[in-house]
Every structure is written in C-alpha cells, then in structure tokens.
Design a protein around this ligand. Structure first.
Ligand code: KG4
Ligand code: ZN
Length: 333
C-alpha cells in the first residue's frame, strides 16, 4: 500500500509517501515558510494558509513524480487533523478529502503529536510499547505514558508556554529572529552555559508538569538589568537559557521514568532536534534507553503523518473522521 501523508498544521507544507511493503518512506517533500513569517516574529495564520494553498498541489505532484507513481497508485491518504492552526489545517484536510473522494480511497485525520511520537517506530531499533514519551514542540511540552498504539496517558504537561515557544520568545528578546530554536542553539555554541544562573522551573515540585514562562521572564530581566550587551553576552544568555531548559527536561523525564516504572524514553517534536538537549538527556539518563527521530524528522514533516496513517489505514480503522480539530487533546484519540 502507498499512503500519502499531508502535514499543514503550522508553517511547513510536508508531503510524503509511506510504502507498507517496503516499510519505508519512499518519497518526501518539505517546504518551510519560516522565512516568510520571520519578519513578523512568528507565524501569521492567514499567510500560512495562503502559502499552503499555493504549495500543496505542486508538492504532491513532485512527491509522486520522484518515484514515478501516478495518483492511481495511492491506496490511502493521511492528513494532520489537529492540533494546529485552523486555516492551515483546513487546506491539508480539504486536499486530502477531495483527493481521496475522487480516487475512491480512504482518508484519515491524524493527531499531529501522535505522529511526532510514532515516527520513532520507523527507526531501527524501534521502541516497543509501553514506553514513556517526551514531546517537545512549538505548541506542546508533554510527558506521556504510551501504553499501546493509540492509548496515551498524559502524566505531565506545561502549565503555560510550550518549550519551543520559550525558545522562540527568548530568541525575540535576544533579537535573533524566527524560528528561535535553531538560532539560539547556534549562538549558544559560542556561549558559556554557566555565565547566568536561570531557574529550572517546577523541578522541586512533586508533579511532572512544566512551566517555561518564568524562565523567559528571567531572561527578560537579565537583559534589562545588564547595562552593556554585546554578542558574547547574548551567547552566554542563550547558552545558559538552553542549559536551564535541558536540565528541566532531564529532571522531569528522570522523575517520570521512575514514577511510571518505564525504562525507555521516546522523544519527539521540533525541540528534539536540539543537539545540546539530546546530549544532555542521553548523558543524564545513562541507565535508560533513549530514542530520538533523525534530526530532519523532529520538526514538522509529511513522513510522520504518512507513517502514522499507515497504522490506522492498514487496520481499517477510519474512525477519526472529524475534518479538523485545532484543539485536540492527545488523550481524546
Ligand atoms: O514540532 P515543530 O516543528 O512544530 C510544532 O509542532 O510546534 O516544532 C517547532 C518548534 C519551534 O518552536 C522551534 O523554535 C523549535 O521547535 N525548534 C527548536 C530547534 N529546532 C526547532 N528548539 C530548540 N532547538 C532547535 N534546534
Ligand atoms: Zn510539530
């Protein structure tokens, strides 16, 4: 079976084809609108919708052409139904539904965060359920007890900003640009992570929840109180902030592994592409098995949607038929 995956939840148009016999992604295309939104310091939903509309058909055609497939070679279509921005989601959903209708094949709406989680199962070795999952993206920071396919218990989550959102806001404060994560990571390479002592929010609390807005505020006041700011000081702030985030994720993940009695930690989402955070988690959790997707499959992409769709479509499970759900809790699959 060839499953077409369509991702349009935010500012990336991601298209891919997963082949169930080859058990691999056979073709994929990704167009990032990031540079378009950079001048506004964040994603402008209306601009994102328009760009998805322009790019989606050419990218689908290109994805097919790359492997010399025709539309008639497709057996099912998976698209991101939520969570995400309503307009962008609707572009992907209407494309998927109308294409599936005209080709007389099934379509299915996928939960974006489940797709971030499941893409780890495409790797070799792949994690086996049950395991603990840490999902760190622009909209989420979740610790999940993943019991089996489709059964996810949220054991910890952010009470305010998502972790990627914190990177983006701190990047704005440092006047680096958007998206902030990769820019902070780059600048932090030349910084001293012990130069500033930023808080590790909620790590002394007895629960598994996160909070990142105070950390962002700490950076704000540090900048305000520092009379002379040059590139080195900015690099030191970036490195110290990144270290505080990495430490917080490590402390909470360790606690969650203990509490859920899991030994394996599966990580996903855009922030998981941060090499400093990856290293810190691997070093800090030496007794556990840690899984990350390849760097390019941490941030939004069509491959994760096609792959997630293959599970549901192969099992004839077409139940998730809401067109889009911009606010879709992972616990309500
Ligand atoms: O998963 P994703 O592509 O989209 C959402 O589902 O939100 O994650 C995007 C987020 C952005 O906030 C971006 O700044 C962050 O992931 N990000 C990073 C890195 N690359 C992307 N954060 C830290 N370090 C990175 N290298
Ligand atoms: Zn995402």
């Amino acid at each position: 079976m060839n499953i077409l995956g369509i991702e349009t939840s935010c500012d990336e148009t991601g298209i891919a084809i997963y082949n169930t016999e080859k058990q691999s992604i056979i073709s994929e295309q990704l167009f990032s609108q990031a540079s378009k939104h950079a001048e506004y310091g964040g994603v402008v939903p209306e601009l994102a919708s328009r760009d998805h509309l322009i790019k989606i058909i050419p990218l689908i055609k290109l994805t097919l052409e790359e492997v010399e497939l025709e539309f008639s070679d497709l057996d099912g279509i998976a698209y991101t139904a939520g969570p995400g921005l309503r307009g962008p989601l609707l572009i992907g959903a209407s494309m998927a539904k109308s294409l599936a209708f005209s080709l007389k094949i099934p379509s299915i709406g996928i939960h974006h965060m489940e797709a971030h989680l499941l893409i780890n199962l495409l790797e070799d070795p792949a994690p086996k359920f049950p395991f603990l999952t840490l999902l760190i993206s622009g909209g989420h920071c979740l610790l999940i007890n993943a019991k089996e396919m489709g059964s996810y218990e949220i054991v910890g989550q952010t009470i305010d900003d998502a972790v990627g959102e914190a990177f983006d806001k701190v990047s704005k404060l440092l006047e680096l640009g958007y998206p902030g994560g990769p820019l902070i990571e780059k600048l932090a390479e030349s910084g001293d992570s012990s130069a500033f002592s930023f808080p590790r929010p909620m790590t002394n609390k007895d629960n598994l929840d996160f909070s990142f807005s105070g950390l962002k505020t700490a950076v704000f006041y540090t900048l305000k109180d520092t009379k002379f700011i040059n590139k080195q000081i900015k690099a030191n702030i970036a490195a110290s902030f990144q270290d505080a985030v990495a430490d917080t994720l490590l402390i909470k993940s360790r606690k969650a592994l203990e509490e859920t009695k899991q030994n394996e930690l599966v990580i996903g989402g855009g922030v998981a592409s941060n090499k400093y955070i990856r290293k810190k988690l691997v070093e800090g959790l030496k007794d556990n098995k840690i899984y990350f997707p390849p760097l390019e499959r941490c941030t939004d992409n069509g491959a994760m949607v096609a792959f997630a769709g293959s599970f549901y479509l192969s099992n004839n499970n077409h139940a998730k038929n809401d067109l889009v759900r911009p606010k879709w809790p992972l616990s309500e699959l």
